[in-house]
Design a protein around this ligand. Structure first.
Ligand code: PLP
Length: 386
């Protein structure tokens, strides 16, 4: 069967150039990067290069990069680490559309006595700067607002949020897991104090990410152990994964503008193709200010899960707007936050494409989707005319 991958926001394959740099570190170069002998020194050298590649991608210093197990750990650590070390107070500002790694951490902290303001977003998924300013209190210890949303692709005004945080002397964290490799990021220009990233979204290996922590920001550990990552994130260095992450981020941030233009063109082709072939469909997320490879549609009168399964039968891999796969049929919190009624949110489809998405794949998707929608609507108790 033909297979078409349109779920790049979920994860990506490891690029051959990335894998080939990693492989020696699973074989002959196996030293512990903290050992003093030549085996250790070789591994330590690779860790240094990986760290500086990650730092370069976001305009940070090498010593401000801490390797973690991925975006989830980076988000948990940033939030819990900062608020538990803060002398300002126990108030956190975040948004209603954050990834669960942020939301669930905040919910847990509420149970432990912290107060959290979840900022609403507008119909496009953008946080209001005025609402942010109004939410700031003398005891606000942290603002955590994601760079770009994983479901609807909307990009937040990060530099302006960073400026507001700085003016109010509040630490600012952003989850840039979906933005890295797509949007130019400079932590100094944007006044970002902490930033979470992950390798597997940018053709790197799964199970490694990083937290950028601006020099001077107070942060407590999540874990205690050895001296690795300057004692802040202990555990024997995972040299092969770090090497892969370093290579992947370097590739992902090369020719960013040209690659984004090409990706945006493909996105518009899919968008126009869907809009012209199918009625009663809406695009979720910001029409312009969005990740170049992200599309999120709501098709009236159908179930997103049924749509996903039908697409899968045709070999097309995409993602839906409900959390059915996680055992619940609740519609996505992001789609509800932008104001979609439950039944509309249920009929949602996320299509995320990458550099490797071909014209042939786009044509195949645009050919297969309309008859599937037609068939599902014909089966629906709510007809288009109702
Ligand atoms: N934050 C965002 C915005 C994400 O999209 C993801 C992954 O889906 C994560 C955090 C979690 O990253 P990881 O899979 O590396 O734990």
């Amino acid at each position: 069967m033909r297979k078409v991958y349109m779920d790049y926001a979920a994860t990506t394959y490891v690029k051959p150039e990335v894998l080939s740099e990693m492989l020696p570190y699973y074989g002959s170069i196996y030293g512990n990067a903290h050992s003093v002998h030549s085996y250790g020194r070789e591994a330590a050298k690779a860790m240094e290069l990986a760290r500086s590649r990650v730092a370069n991608a976001i305009g940070a210093l090498d010593r401000e990069i801490f390797f973690t197990s991925g975006g989830t750990e980076s988000d948990n650590w940033a939030i819990r680490g900062v608020v538990s070390a803060s002398k300002k107070g126990k108030h956190i500002i975040t948004s209603q559309i954050e990834h669960h790694a942020v939301l669930h951490t905040c919910e847990q902290l509420q149970k432990e006595g912290y107060e959290v303001t979840y900022l609403p977003v507008d119909e496009y998924g953008t946080v209001s700067l005025d609402a942010l300013k109004a939410a700031i209190r003398p005891d606000t210890a942290l603002i955590s607002i994601m760079f770009a949303n994983n479901e609807i692709g909307t990009i937040q005004p990060i530099a302006q949020i960073g400026k507001i945080a700085k003016e109010n002397n509040i630490v600012f964290h952003t989850d840039a897991v979906q933005a890295i490799g797509h949007e130019p990021i400079d932590v100094n220009e944007m006044n970002i104090d902490l930033l979470s990233i992950s390798a597997h979204k940018i053709h790197g290996p799964k199970g490694i990410g990083a937290l950028y922590v601006r020099k001077g920001v107070r942060i407590n550990n999540l874990m205690y152990g050895g001296a690795q990552e300057r004692g802040k994130r202990p555990g024997t260095d995972n040299t092969p994964l770090a090497v892969g992450f370093g290579k992947a981020i370097e590739l992902a941030c090369t020719d960013l503008e040209a690659r984004n233009m090409a990706l945006t063109e493909k996105r518009y082709q899919i968008l126009n193709g869907v809009m012209s072939r199918i009625s009663n469909v809406r695009l979720n997320g910001h029409p312009i200010n969005r990740l170049p490879g992200n599309l999120n549609f709501s098709f009236s009168f159908i179930e997103g899960e049924a749509l996903l399964l039908s697409l899968d039968l045709k070999g097309i891999a995409a993602s839906s707007g409900s959390a059915c796969t996680s055992g619940s049929l609740d519609p996505s919190h992001v789609l509800l936050a932008i104001g979609l009624p439950h039944e509309v949110a249920h009929g949602s489809l996320r299509v995320t494409i990458g550099d490797d998405t071909t014209q042939e794949e786009i044509d195949y998707f645009l050919r297969e989707l309309p008859p599937i929608i037609e068939r599902l609507r014909a089966m629906s108790p709510l007809t288009v005319e109702d």
